[in-house]
Design a protein around this ligand. Structure first.
Ligand SMILES: [Zn+2]
Ligand SMILES: [Zn+2]
Length: 295
């Protein structure tokens, strides 16, 4: 049931018409992991592009947002881009790519950044902090793109025609998971979440109920999880169980551990499929595009 990467299709939504789709630009957790062992699933940290109902949405700004920015900028060829970046939280693997996001350096572009407050500081302060002079040569305020940072307070909001619902996940600091309702189905994005083995899925379980596509933190095997309880990441067996109980149609294992090479992710996927019953399960793969409505 694995969908092969569709490299012949457009790189971004600009030329993709009215189809609703998502594309994985970064699927790794914690730290980028380039190298021979991760070429198939990819080494960039969290970033997913969603094109739906006239909106161009980017989920998180891990290192995967850098190649996305290059692709968008090449395709736009100087025409203005209107983008919405939705952040789950401000851990480094979800914001570290933003200083390298080329569209943010182009004055014709509008970039709306949405998220909740950082673990201790306001969202604006946290995003600017990683670009301060000891760490980076260009300040956030010096980026020429029109960047508006909005700190969300409500857990239901809309981005154009897309209705979005957010819940707090179990992960250190303030971390959210999102459900996005599109005209072709629902997409849930929960990159960082530790469920409790054997227990009901809780708010996350309710968020993903009946969803068409769910990206869920499946960083650890059951054995690894036993050593890493409380670290804020999911245990494969439990993640599959929760998604199955919630009636998810297609689950993508997401936030792959930096210590897991391609062969290890293959093994985790095989295990997940053993447990999945009728639910379709895949492991998120950098470069893969998934079209909604063609499950
Ligand atoms: Zn993460
Ligand atoms: Zn995190």
């Amino acid at each position: 049931m694995t969908q092969a990467p569709q490299n012949s299709e457009p790189a971004s939504s600009i030329a993709a018409g009215n189809t609703v789709w998502l594309k994985f630009w970064g699927v790794r957790g914690s730290i980028p992991t380039p190298g021979a062992g991760t070429v198939r699933y990819g080494g960039n940290t969290s970033c997913v592009e969603v094109s739906a109902d006239g909106e161009h949405l980017i989920l998180d700004a891990g290192s995967g947002i850098r190649p996305l920015g290059l692709a968008l900028s090449a395709e736009a060829a100087g025409q203005p881009l209107t983008l919405t970046l939705l952040l789950t939280h401000t851990h480094w693997d979800h914001i570290q790519g933003f200083p390298f996001f080329v569209p943010a350096y182009q004055p014709q572009n509008q970039i709306r950044v949405l998220g909740y407050d950082g673990a201790r500081r306001a969202l604006q302060y946290t995003l600017a902090g990683q670009m301060e002079s000891p760490y980076f040569p260009v300040a956030l305020a010096q980026m020429p793109g029109n960047i508006v940072i909005e700190e969300l307070k409500e857990t239901s909001f809309s981005v154009g025609k897309l209705a979005v619902r957010a819940v707090r996940t179990k992960h250190p600091g303030v971390t959210m998971g999102y459900r996005i309702e599109t005209s072709a189905g629902s997409i849930c994005y929960i990159p960082d979440h530790e469920s409790t083995p054997g227990e009901h899925g809780g708010e996350v379980g309710e968020l993903i109920a009946g969803a068409d596509i769910v990206l869920l933190d499946a960083q650890y095997t059951a054995d690894e999880y036993a050593m890493k309880k409380g670290w804020g990441h999911g245990c494969l067996d439990d993640v599959v169980r929760i998604a199955r109980e919630a009636g998810v149609k297609r689950l993508f294992l997401f936030h792959h551990d930096p210590a897991h090479d391609d062969g290890f992710v293959d093994m985790m996927l095989a295990r997940a499929r053993e447990l999945a019953g009728p639910m379709i399960v895949d492991a998120a793969k950098e470069g893969e595009r998934v079209v909604l409505g063609r499950l």
